[in-house]
Design a protein around this ligand. Structure first.
Ligand code: GRF
Length: 200
């Protein structure tokens, strides 16, 4: 399967994907391009170091959010992906993107959805005082972190955790989970039935 990966930050999830693909000839998917919503991020450097084509689609370069969404859709579509992986991509995609890639856009979120959606899942879980949190890999729908859940990983909260220490432990679980899930979807195929994701 062909993967386009979208990033906004350090790109450690992208790196985990690239490392697994390099190590496992039977993985069943390969990254064909990496896109970002901003320049100068480590995620793009990782992609370039791996010799992959990259593209940047910034909101501020477009007349409005809708035009940005159209441009992002076209930039991704040019690489003809089977699956699009949002790996720390900090933008909500719009209607055009979902019309084209709905049911094929996988996101990873650093909390146990449906608790703590949004941009501050780790901070919000910590502030709430939960004792366990984790990460969720899910398909993207038109809400914020509301789409059908594919897999989740659990992480215990330590009494002295800060947002940074907790996020780092979540990310260790998250990378493996995301890489495992994407490979499985690519190799086995899947069906989305309402809120349920069925992998044969
Ligand atoms: C991940 O925890 C992701 O869920 C969150 O941002 C982090 C991205 O990390 N939204 P990286 O860019 O893959 O290192």
């Amino acid at each position: 399967a062909r993967l386009v990966v979208l990033v906004s930050g350090s790109g450690t999830n992208l790196q985990a994907l690239l490392d697994r693909i390099a190590a496992d000839p039977g993985y069943g998917a390969r990254v064909v391009a990496v896109g970002a919503d901003r320049e100068g991020i480590a995620g793009l450097e990782r992609a370039e170091a791996a010799g992959l084509p990259t593209f940047v689609c910034r909101v501020k370069d477009h007349a409005d959010r809708d035009a940005w969404d159209r441009a992002l859709t076209e930039a991704v579509a040019a690489h003809e992906p089977d699956l699009v992986v949002s790996a720390g991509f900090m933008k909500i995609v719009g209607k055009h993107f979902l019309d084209r890639f709905g049911g094929r856009l996988v996101n990873t979120h650093p909390a146990l959805l449906p608790s703590f959606p949004g941009a501050h899942g780790v901070r919000d879980a910590l502030a709430h005082g939960v004792k366990v949190t984790g990460c969720t890999v899910h398909f993207v729908d038109n809400g914020v972190d509301t789409g059908p859940i594919i897999a989740q990983g659990v992480v215990e909260v330590a009494p002295d955790d800060t947002e940074e220490t907790l996020h780092e432990r979540i990310k260790q679980v998250e990378r493996t989970l995301l890489v495992d899930v994407v490979g499985r979807l690519a190799r086995e195929g899947y069906r989305i039935d309402g809120r349920k994701v069925l992998v044969p």
